[in-house]
Write a protein that binds this ligand. Structure first.
Ligand code: URA
Length: 209
């Protein structure tokens, strides 16, 4: 079963609290999501492999360590996932960025993919799939299907706030996908919102209603 990592770093929790607050406006919400995404990117990249190289400091020869050139791709689930991309790119600027768009079929209520664009070398990349909210897990599971169908072998799912239902849904369908979250909330309400959550992440990011 995939692991769940909850990032309880004080800076992440502090910023997430402001993100949650109803009085936080679009500008601050966007900036805070961006900052938390950067902090989460720092944690999620802990396992990146390093290689040793020979260097010269001004004082003497030395051994140094650099990233061994693992290829990464960030894939936001449209549209709210877009709000986390720039924050992650601040730490891993060479990552490629794909996109997955899903809509909900009005009859079956199932998520259907309407747009997928990924880097061409899918099989060689490690994917970070991002969406601020993991609610029912339906979109996340379908987005992971979309990546796997195109050859993705390594996928991490990154979100700000998750409901237990969403975590279970990913674990049930994709046991090879680890989940990285800033907070595991209580439940979903009857409208599918995470409680206490932060409301509609897309609307709050883009100032729509
Ligand atoms: N999507 C959101 O933006 N918010 C929720 O609470 C659930 C899904």
């Amino acid at each position: 079963m995939g692991k769940v990592y909850v990032f309880d770093h004080p800076l992440i929790q502090h910023k997430l609290t402001h993100i949650r607050q109803i009085e936080t406006g679009t500008k601050d919400f966007r900036e805070l999501v961006d900052e938390v995404a950067t902090l989460m990117a720092f944690e999620i990249t802990r396992d990146l492999p390093l290689e040793e190289i020979d260097i010269e400091t001004p004082v003497s020869p030395a051994k140094g360590k650099i990233l061994s050139g693992k290829k990464l791709a960030i894939v936001p689930i449209l549209r709210a996932g877009i709000g986390m991309v720039d924050g992650i790119l601040k730490l891993i600027p060479a990552a490629k960025v794909g996109h997955v768009g899903l809509y909900r079929d009005p009859e079956t209520l199932k998520p259907i993919e309407y747009y997928v664009k990924l880097p061409s070398d899918v099989e060689e990349r490690d994917f970070i799939l991002v969406d601020p909210m993991l609610a029912t897990g339906g979109s996340a599971v379908e987005a992971i299907n979309s990546l796997k169908k195109r050859g993705a072998k390594s996928i991490k799912f990154l979100c700000l706030v998750a409901a237990p239902e969403g975590v279970e849904e990913i674990q049930r369908h994709h046991e090879d996908v680890d989940i990285y979250i800033a907070a595991l909330d209580e439940k979903l309400n009857e409208k599918g919102y995470i409680v206490p959550g932060l409301g509609d992440a897309g609307d709050r990011l883009f100032g729509t209603k």
